[in-house]
Design a protein around this ligand. Sequence first.
Ligand SMILES: [Zn+2]
Ligand SMILES: [Zn+2]
Length: 247
Amino acid sequence: MKYTLEVDLHTHTLASDHAYSTIHDYVRLAPSRGIKLFANTDHGPDMEDAPHKWHFVNSLTLPRVADGVGILRGIESNIKDIDGSIDLEEPIRQSLDIILTGFHRPVFAPRSIDENTQAMVKVIESGKVHVVTHPGNNAFPIHIEEVVKTAARENVALEINNSSFLFSRKDSYPNCCKIAELAKKFDAPISVGSDAHNAWDLGKFDKAVALISQYDFPAERIINNTTDSLFNYLKTKGIDIQDQFEW
Ligand SMILES: [Zn+2]
Ligand SMILES: [Zn+2]
């Protein structure tokens, strides 16, 4: 396969009530799923079933590498408004390695295409996020070209979310195709995420890979293709942590 994809940047543990596995479960299954490094990205505190904000601060206590598998401290935060605010306070951000953000209906009800676009553009321009999750969600229509051009300029990754083609957001496929096509055209980075809610889905990228393969999407523009590509991407954001991982 053209893509290595040994990093998964989007997983939920049972700290989010609608997910079913522990960090330990993810570590145990990672080798068989081809994953060397994964980010624990439970939902930001504004979601109804999210963990308390201390969950994120205390992720500092997690080992960098457990049983040969790297663990990144992350969050899937929520876009709160059209000014691009997210539910992540500054002191908590400093405990984390990677910040995902996206639209979730309980926090941000879908608005007009112009307002959805403004919210996403502003959050990308804020400089406070690394990955926008499931931007192809058809429940939140956006002006895709404007978002992709902004992501390219700001070097923020747009996610092709594998779960969007399996469980939820199933009508996202045409939008995700457009995102992949335009991300290649305008040289925007992407992230391929499983959005696993149980450990057996870790590294499950089959549908997303089939989609990006249609466009012969360049592997070097996928921030989670290899551990090196992920660490190099984070370095461009001032997060230099590669040396902390002793494999
Ligand atoms: Zn999400
Ligand atoms: Zn998620």
